[in-house]
Write a protein that binds this ligand. Structure first.
Ligand SMILES: [Fe+2]
Length: 371
């Protein structure tokens, strides 16, 4: 095992093991309530947090370990997991502690992709812990990156490996749950930065307006203004087959309309969201919907997160309500306000952030959807 000389494993190393389907046993030693918030889907929960803190021993007796399968211990910041790792090593088990714990895992990602009838590749890049989805769509070697939320090296290295030229970088809206890397990526790749028209960001960009068409390779992206989740939200239709919906429509719900809004304003935003959803429902029923988030961790299964408009309409009751019913139900079921959203919006307006600051700000599950 290549990590034997050290006590810890990095997020990147663990991510690579999971991506390559190498056997690994991940033991989550956090308190149960923290795990219920968010987790690594491939991990096993062991209820030993308090016992580890108290210095108790022989805590892993009932767990089955296989030879040649390394164990990775996991906690919220990588401290308690070191104690677990040491105990396991004393028992002769090849164990490593995940550096930085779940906080650091917020930057881990995996991928899934498909090709549409026009030969456009839709590559979905998923932050496995946080549930943020970004996309690279490519046709004939020309690519558009949408909603980049990870280090720009991720997008650059994927494009380089596939010999794709990043021509444009887009965001669906000004995000409140993650720092957008769109500006930085566009500067680094000399791609054109296209953002929904708004007066929030303090840096220069090219404005996206309703109905605008962006050509890449032999394909085209059409911008559809869908206010509601935020005033400036856009959805992007790729070749009449796929719709990247940002936080407007998810596979199991719709975007939340309330952030930064009073009750009255939230009602207006919910009404706008209803109209935007009606716009989307006019599209062909077999349009594939690819959202900007999911609310649960994403497995390393290479299965695209998305569904047909028809299936979503059948399973999400909200999409079949009258305007009044939609607004009432939406406002009744809004989830808890996500942590740090105001600070994240401020950073997105500035277009600048410090990497270590971001790990703490962005940690935690996504709470963008109402179902
Ligand atoms: Fe959002």
């Amino acid at each position: 095992m290549k990590f034997k000389s050290k006590n810890t494993i990095t997020v990147q190393e663990l991510r690579t093991l999971l991506e390559s389907k190498s056997p690994v046993k991940i033991l989550d030693v956090r308190p149960e309530e923290e795990r219920s918030e968010w987790k690594i889907i491939e991990s096993t929960f062991v209820n030993v947090y308090e016992a580890l803190k108290k210095g108790k021993r022989e805590l892993f007796k009932n767990i089955e370990f296989s030879e040649n399968v390394p164990v990775v211990t996991l906690c919220s910041a990588g401290k308690t997991s070191m104690i677990a790792m040491e105990q396991l090593r004393e028992e002769g088990i090849e164990a490593y502690s995940l550096e930085g714990g779940m906080q650091a895992w917020t930057t881990a990602y995996n991928m899934a992709q498909t090709t549409d009838k026009e030969g456009t590749t839709i590559l979905q890049i998923r932050r496995t812990g946080k549930g943020c989805l970004s996309y690279i769509v490519e046709n004939n070697g020309e690519a558009i990156v949408i909603d980049p939320s990870l280090s720009i090296d991720v997008y650059q290295s994927i494009a380089d490996k596939k010999k794709w030229k990043i021509k444009y970088v887009l965001d669906t809206h000004i995000h409140a749950d993650h720092f957008s890397r769109a500006m930085e990526l566009s500067v680094k790749t000399k791609a054109k930065l296209l953002l929904p028209e708004q007066k929030l960001v303090k840096y220069t960009y090219n404005a996206i307006t309703d109905g605008m068409v962006v050509n890449f390779g032999k394909a085209a992206l059409k911008a559809i203004h869908c206010p509601g989740h935020t005033q400036e939200s856009f959805c992007y239709l790729i070749g009449n087959e796929s719709l990247l919906t940002g936080d407007t429509l998810f596979t199991k719900g719709v975007g939340r309309p309330d952030l930064k809004a009073s009750k009255e304003k939230a009602k207006i935003k919910a009404s706008l969201l209803f109209e935007s959803i009606q716009k989307i429902l006019q599209l062909s029923a077999d349009t594939m919907i690819y959202p900007g988030h999911v609310s649960e961790p994403i497995a390393f299964d290479e299965v695209l997160i998305g569904d047909t408009l028809k299936n979503i309409k059948e399973s999400v009751d909200l999409l079949n309500y009258s305007k009044e019913g939609f607004i009432t139900s939406l406002l009744r079921n809004i989830p808890e306000t996500p942590p740090n959203y105001e600070s994240i919006v401020e950073l997105n307006k500035e277009g600048r952030a410090k990497e270590d600051e971001l790990i703490e700000l962005e940690a935690g599950a996504n709470r963008c959807a109402v179902s």
